[in-house]
Structure formats: C-alpha cells, structure tokens
Design a protein around this ligand. Structure first.
Ligand SMILES: Nc1ncnc2c1ncn2[C@@H]1O[C@H](COP(=O)(O)OP(=O)(O)OP(=O)(O)O)[C@@H](O)[C@H]1O
Ligand SMILES: [Mg+2]
Length: 265
C-alpha cells in the first residue's frame, strides 16, 4: 500500500436550488476534504440526507460540483462544469449504486458482461474472469436467470461483480447491502472482503450502519448532517482477515462503536 493518496477530495461543495425560492439554495456539502490511499478500504458513515450519495455522484462524475475538486493520482478532474464531466473517469472508477440497476431484459451473465461489452473488452480472458467471479459469489447455475428470477441477495451479488469484472482501480459503493436481512448481509460482507483481499482495490463504501463501517473498513469517516463535513475519522485497528460474524466480540469493537456513535448525530 503506497502512502500517496490515490483519490483526493478537496474543498468539495454542492448546492441544489431550493424549490421554495429561486434565489435560495441548499448546501448539501460544503468544503469537504479527505483522501484515500491506494488499496485502502474507506468506509463513510453519516445520517440519512447528509449528502453521501451526492458525494459519490460527484466522485464518479455523474453529477457536477458547485466548488472544489477531486483528484485521481494527483490529476485534477474539472467537475464544476456539467458539460466536461467524464462519468466513471474512463472506467477507472466503478460505482455500485444504492439500487442494483440490473437490466431486467438481460440474464445474470449478460448483465455481468455488460460493461465489458460496452467497453469493447469482451474476450476469452475477460469471459473467464466473469465466470470465476460468478462462481466465487455462488451464482453458478444462475447465469441464464433474469433479475426477477433472483433473490435480493443474488441481485446484489450480480451487481457487485458486474463492477468488479472490468477491474476499475477505485470502487465506490453506496449502501449496497442496506435493504437485505442481517444473515444475507453478513454473507455478502464476507464475500466482499474475500474479493477485496484477492484484488486489493481502493474502495469507498458508504453505509448507515456503524457495525458494517467497522467490520469492513481500514478507516471510517463520519460525516455531519448537511452541509456535510468530516465530523470524525477513525482507524479500524481490528486485524485482517476478519471474522465478520464474531467481530463484535473483538476488544477494539466496543470502544470504536461508542466513539463513532457519539459523532453520528
Ligand atoms: N437532484 C437533487 N435536487 C435537489 N436536492 C437534492 C438532489 N439530490 C439530493 N438532494 C438533497 O440533498 C440532500 C442529500 O441527499 P443524498 O441523497 O446525498 O443523501 P444521503 O446521505 O445519500 O441519504 P441516504 O442515507 O438516505 O441515502 C437531501 O436533502 C436531498 O434532498
Ligand atoms: Mg444515499
């Protein structure tokens, strides 16, 4: 893991026009700064409406910023002008959104291969990688099922590997396991950590759940209510590989949980 940040968010701000008054505007994010190291698993926690999705949308360049910049490998991307946005930063930033967004008329395999098809990178090697990922997350045998024929957890797995398959160096994840039951969620968290240990991508993972932020992250940022600022930063000292289901009994878990909870308003 290099000390040089891979991703830097500097003085990032975002405001939306207010419905009530033409002149008024709502600052959702104001002068937000943080950086992410190459290979780091950063978790971000903040209350509902604190601007977490808005933040990821700006990093992924699907929404323009009102101020500030995002640097990737020290290169500044001009993200203040909607016309110059480069969504996904030329496939270098993968984004697992809050909804799974699988294409309903495509099978599991076709959905997983979709980014490779769009990028013109479908070949024997990438097909083999897709097949391996499908096996890894237990979707073997479901390649020809359509999304409506999959369970919620299976859809999430398909959505996750659809992003992993094209191997972006940075992956943004927006509460990907939020809507699942506790058991399925734990299985998917284990899957994700296993896949991350294999590839060591840089991950920015947004969640509401303090336990999840601790279980997965190298470091957790706490965001304040809008306008979002960094209210706290916590190194997660629990060694890896981690036992997700038994993590609450690790002696560092309780004190970390209490410190983070005191900052999440
Ligand atoms: N396109 C938009 N136009 C106007 N306001 C918006 C828009 N998108 C988001 N907002 C507002 O910005 C604020 C932050 O929204 P955002 O979706 O980023 O929150 P969040 O932290 O992701 O919440 P949650 O945890 O519920 O997903 C909210 O008050 C929301 O209403
Ligand atoms: Mg959100």
């Amino acid at each position: 893991m290099s000390a040089q940040p891979l991703l830097e968010v500097r003085d990032l701000s975002k405001r939306f026009a207010s419905r009530e008054s033409r002149d008024a505007s709502l600052w959702v994010i104001k002068d937000l700064s943080f950086s992410v190291r190459d290979g780091e698993f950063l978790t971000i926690i903040g209350p509902s409406g604190s601007g977490k999705t808005t933040l990821l949308n700006m990093i992924a360049q699907i929404d323009a910023a009102s101020g500030g910049e995002v640097r990737f490998k020290s290169e500044s991307a001009p993200i203040n002008d909607p016309k110059s946005l480069n969504p996904g930063l030329s496939c270098r930033i993968g984004y697992v959104t809050q909804e799974d967004n699988l294409l309903p008329w495509r099978t599991t395999l076709q959905n997983v291969l979709f980014p490779l098809t769009v990028q013109g990178r479908l070949n024997d090697e990438t097909r083999a990688r897709a097949a391996e990922l499908i096996r890894h997350v237990g979707l073997a045998g479901f390649e020809n099922h359509y999304p409506h024929e999959l369970s919620g957890g299976m859809r999430k797995r398909a959505s996750l590997i659809r992003t992993l398959v094209y191997d972006p160096p940075v992956i943004l994840m927006d509460e990907p396991f939020g809507a699942l039951d506790a058991q399925t969620r734990a299985v998917l968290q284990e899957d994700l950590l296993r896949l991350w240990e294999m590839g060591r991508k840089t991950i920015v993972f947004v969640t509401h759940d303090i336990g999840e932020a601790i279980a997965l992250g190298d470091r957790t940022l706490v965001l304040s209510r809008a306008p979002a600022k960094v209210a706290g930063e916590h190194q997660i000292t629990i060694p890896r590989p981690r036992d997700i289901r038994g993590i609450m009994s690790h002696p560092d878990f309780g004190p970390l949980y209490q410190r983070i909870r005191a900052q999440v308003q």
